[in-house]
Design a protein around this ligand. Structure first.
Ligand SMILES: NC(=O)c1ccc[n+]([C@@H]2O[C@H](COP(=O)([O-])OP(=O)(O)OC[C@H]3O[C@@H](n4cnc5c(N)ncnc54)[C@H](OP(=O)(O)O)[C@@H]3O)[C@@H](O)[C@H]2O)c1
Ligand SMILES: [Zn+2]
Length: 343
């Protein structure tokens, strides 16, 4: 099959195009023909290398996959060739206490497609059947592939972790990121007031179209000053944080007393400084989140089918242009998602 893979960590030039053997599904596994695969910032981390990440080369990136079933192992049930599906990226053991409590993303054996297991920058991928979620008729492959990682993580951060309530206010960093553009929509659906940031007026206009009510061009204005002005010095109830070092200290200062900050990433660096006095004197809660329970994707798909959320597609590129896709993310040119489509 055609695939884009790495044989060592490094820059964009380490993404290689070529032929790899097609995976063979066994037992509870299903073979999926990849129709589209979303590109996430985490793909850049995997390509560059992470301290505790051990992968087997050649390694295929890509976490956000939509496609159709072509074959299934002998332990699968009710799965047939041609089924249109989106994939949950997280593979868990299915038998530990977190898994059986609906917190499969807390499983100590948790592995991610495109990070630990072969991913979607390829013609085919195999996954356990439990990772399939039916794709509603009429949703295009490229649209579907811009959903699972961004929306599920945003859902976990806003609802499962921060427990966002109607009427609360939330600061969502980088409204043009895959994560931010999903979080804006989900927070608005929940009846919250959304403040977001971006590096340009064009991105902010698009964030407004998704529902963000207050827009901060952080290249022109200090976002902390703006949040204080917008909230009349009260601060926001929740901050959705994934930028890290560059914004961490000011993000904590954006919170109202008793406010919650949820972090899922550290794009600008992870050695952030925290003045503990703000945390204890103002009763702040700092929480981490990664991925989401598999069940979340069913809810997201229902919202998509009902037209309550929309995929935010920046551009679709042929799989062979994976280097260009990584360049776009590295240079922060996109609004929403860049998606790769195997030819
Ligand atoms: N833990 C999880 O499960 C999980 C899941 C999804 C994402 N994440 C994390 O969340 C972050 C966003 O992911 P994504 O896929 O949504 O990313 P993305 O679509 O590539 O967006 C990243 C955006 O962050 C903004 N940004 C601000 N400061 C930046 C800096 N110093 N360097 C680079 N970008 C900067 C840029 O927008 P502007 O230029 O407009 O500011 C950039 O376009 C990543 O750190 C990712 O690892 C974690
Ligand atoms: Zn488990």
């Amino acid at each position: 099959m055609k695939a884009v893979y790495i044989t060592e960590h490094g820059g964009i030039e380490k993404l290689l195009s070529g032929e790899l053997p097609e995976p063979v599904p066994h037992g509870n596994e299903v073979l999926i023909r990849v129709r589209a695969c979303g590109v996430n910032y985490v793909d850049l981390w995997v390509r560059r290398g992470l301290p505790f990440l051990r992968i087997k080369y050649p390694f295929v990136l890509g976490q956000e996959i939509a496609g159709e079933v072509v074959a299934a192992g002998d332990l699968t049930r009710d799965v047939s060739a041609g089924m249109r599906v989106v994939l949950n990226a997280g593979v868990s053991c299915g038998q530990c206490e977190p898994c059986l409590s609906g917190r499969d993303h807390h499983c100590s054996h948790y592995l991610l497609l495109g990070k630990n297991l072969s991913g979607g920058y390829a013609g085919f991928v195999k996954v356990p059947q439990v990772n399939l979620v039916p794709l509603p008729d009429g949703v295009a492959w490229e649209a579907a592939a811009s959903i699972p990682v961004s929306f599920c993580t945003a859902w976990n951060m806003l609802f499962d972790t921060a427990q966002l309530q109607p009427g609360e206010s939330v600061l969502i960093h980088a409204g043009g990121s895959g994560l931010g553009s999903a979080a804006i929509q989900l927070a608005r659906l929940a009846g919250a007031t959304v403040i977001t940031t971006a590096n340009s007026e064009q991105k902010l206009e698009k964030a407004a179209a998704l529902g963000a009510q207050y827009l901060i061009n952080y290249r022109q204005k200090d976002f902390l000053h703006e949040v204080r002005r917008i909230t009349k010095k009260r601060g926001v109830d929740v901050v959705i944080e994934h930028i890290g070092e560059e914004v961490w200290e000011r993000s904590l200062l954006c919170l109202t007393t008793g406010g919650r900050l949820v972090t899922c990433g550290a794009t600008s660096g992870y050695q952030a400084k925290t003045d503990l006095r703000h945390v204890f004197f103002r009763h702040l809660r700092i929480m981490g989140a990664t991925s989401a329970s598999k069940a979340v994707l069913f809810k997201i798909m229902r919202l998509l089918e009902a037209g309550k959320i929309q995929p935010v597609l920046d551009r679709v590129l042929p799989l062979g242009d994976a280097r260009e896709a990584h360049r776009v993310l590295e240079e922060r040119q996109q609004f929403g998602k860049v998606v790769l489509a195997p030819e």
